[in-house]
Design a binder for this molecule. Structure first.
Ligand code: ACO
Length: 332
């Protein structure tokens, strides 16, 4: 069993969702699909989509500001800014640098991490190590995703799954039973082809400066069935492992927040871990898969709904393209 004193704890959470709602009925008019197919196969009823031209860092800023305000931390007090995103605005500067600039965080180090839907868990693991190093007082972890920009809107097998969102968490130094108990992150590039995405050609014309229309030059490819199976197995394995390594069992957990990719994956993970439904959080019906943002967004809503309270033990577990997967265990 590991040391029980934590190095950091969550002091503020924020979220920002685009106002525009894209329902399954809207999608019926765009591709050969049906509300019934989408709901029964995925649990998704609607998702949020940004207006064209919105940047990933712009979507992130209100979420980051809310998290800082709740934490009572000023931007200039941040020692570290990490943005988890697979839909960064540019190769450089990083989204995190743009967020830091927008917040006015001075010269705090800022960088993006690429771990697809596991990005928030990867970020929390990195942050935990910074705090254990001792010099960090406050760190901001933002997950911001605009998948509507990389989705091929003519491909029914993927375009129905994703949505846009941003959520942010402030971690502050701690030294007690409350806070981040442990994290565990893993990857296996052998399964990389299960889930890939990217740009088909360069983004934009260098002479005219014109940008491609949303989705035109990008793609997401997924081996849905294989992904499904490996997702359930890897999330269950890592959840059991992190609990065991910290001398806990599922009975000690008040709430599990799994990555929101598919309600059937979420149910299968809950069932396999032997958890009652009320201990497994889901909001996928409202937002779809918002990649790295699903877990902090779910934490934000779970706190608002009173389902994640101070002192509760929360287990977050994710998987994503890479493949990557991991878990974060915390006492709020
Ligand atoms: N509407 C109607 N029919 C569809 C649609 C659609 N939107 N999409 C696919 N179909 C059809 C297929 O063409 C296929 O038709 P066929 O039988 O005539 O060939 C049929 O539906 C069944 O397709 P499957 O792919 O077998 O459907 P499945 O039950 O596996 O569900 C799904 C597909 C929802 C993608 C599921 O496999 C899944 O959720 N997998 C996991 C995906 C996931 O978790 N991704 C998250 C990763 S995100 C990240 O890391 C970036």
């Amino acid at each position: 069993m590991k040391n029980s004193a934590t190095a950091c704890r969550i002091t503020g959470v924020g979220a920002n969702l685009p106002e525009r709602v894209l329902t399954n009925l809207d999608l019926e008019r765009m591709v050969d699909t049906s509300d019934e197919w989408i709901v029964t196969r995925t649990g998704i009823r609607e998702r949020r989509i940004v207006n064209e031209g919105t940047n990933t860092y712009e979507l992130a800023l209100p979420a980051a500001r809310e998290a800082l305000e709740t934490a009572g931390v000023k931007a200039e007090e941040l020692d570290l800014i990490i943005c988890a995103t697979a839909t960064q605005d540019r190769y450089f500067p990083s989204t995190a640098c743009m967020i830091g600039h927008g917040l006015g965080s001075g010269d705090a180090p800022a960088f993006d991490i690429s771990a697809a839907c596991s990005g928030f868990i990867y970020g929390s693991s990195i942050i935990n190590q910074y705090f254990k190093g001792g010099a960090t007082k406050h760190a901001l972890l933002v997950a911001s995703e605009i998948y509507s920009r990389i989705v091929n809107w003519k491909d029914r097998s993927t375009c129905v799954l994703f949505g846009d969102a941003s959520a942010a968490v402030v971690f502050s130094a701690a030294d007690g039973p409350e806070g981040l108990i442990d994290t565990c992150i893993r990857s296996n590039g052998e399964y990389g082809s299960f889930l890939t995405g990217g740009a088909i050609t360069r983004a934009g014309d260098p002479l005219s400066g014109a940008l491609p229309s949303m989705g035109e030059n990008y793609f997401i490819e997924m081996k849905g069935n294989q992904t499904f199976k490996v997702a359930v197995k890897s999330m269950c394995d890592v959840a059991q492992r992190i609990l065991k390594e910290n001398g806990m069992s599922v009975a000690d957990v008040d709430l599990v927040i799994p990555h929101q990719a598919n309600i059937r994956i979420i149910s299968a993970v809950g069932k396999s871990l032997g958890l009652p439904e009320e201990k497994v959080y889901s909001n996928i019906h409202r937002y779809g898969n918002t990649s790295a943002a699903t877990i902090p967004l779910a934490l934000y809503e779970a706190q608002k709904e009173g389902r994640a309270k101070k002192g509760d033990v929360v287990l977050m577990v994710a998987f994503g393209g890479g493949l990557t997967w991991g878990a974060s265990l915390m006492r709020l």
